[in-house]
Design a protein around this ligand. Sequence first.
Ligand code: HEM
Length: 206
Amino acid sequence: MGLKEATAELHSKAEKTQFSQLIFSGTIPEQEYAYYLFNMYHIHNALENKYELPHPSLNRCKSIEKDLGVLIKLKMDLTESTKKYIDYINTLTEEQWKAHIYVNYLAIVYGGQMIKSKVPGLGAYYVIDNMQECVGAIRAFLNDDMSDEANKGFQFNIDVLEDIWNTLRPNGVWELGNYESIAQTATAININPIGGNKAPINLGRL
Ligand code: HEM
């Protein structure tokens, strides 16, 4: 069975999470989307620091920084599920890591193209230069033995999406008054990466 078939059930579950549906609806509030990107930033940062991506245009951290630069952000820590996923990423062998590149980068290539026009801000997260080359480079290093690890990657993503939803919408509704927002020009806050091999990053205005 190919990877796509082997992960189809969890792909469907990820697509149907309330948070995915919210992004896809085109009505996600700016701060809520910024919080999602903040969590994604740290997952990509962990993946990108661990081993070298198969194509330089896949790098997502710079794109997310552009997006976050124009969005109003929430002053909140990562979700517990995001921290767990990052800790897990830091334990991966290169072969295992490839399965997580499949899950997290082809998600942007495919689902992302349908979502790009529906999110607040620039949508830079979903813009990948040399798209066909990038897909080819990922596909070239995949094999069908990676399906268990890819399913783990999907499950971690589902946990993160559910955790973001439950954190921001404990009663199912968005209540901005519950959270402290930071405008673009607000004081800089240093965000230290959890794990990873590089020096701490500073997300500037985040
Ligand atoms: C609203 C949410 C989502 C939508 C609408 C969506 C949509 C799609 C579509 C249309 C494809 C192409 C399927 C095909 O070739 O027939 C795809 C592929 C894929 N998606 Fe999603 N997706 C969503 C969420 C996610 C999430 C959360 C992940 C994982 C983090 C993910 C990972 C993937 C992967 C890895 C593929 C490539 C499958 C393959 O060709 O091997 N998707 N998605």
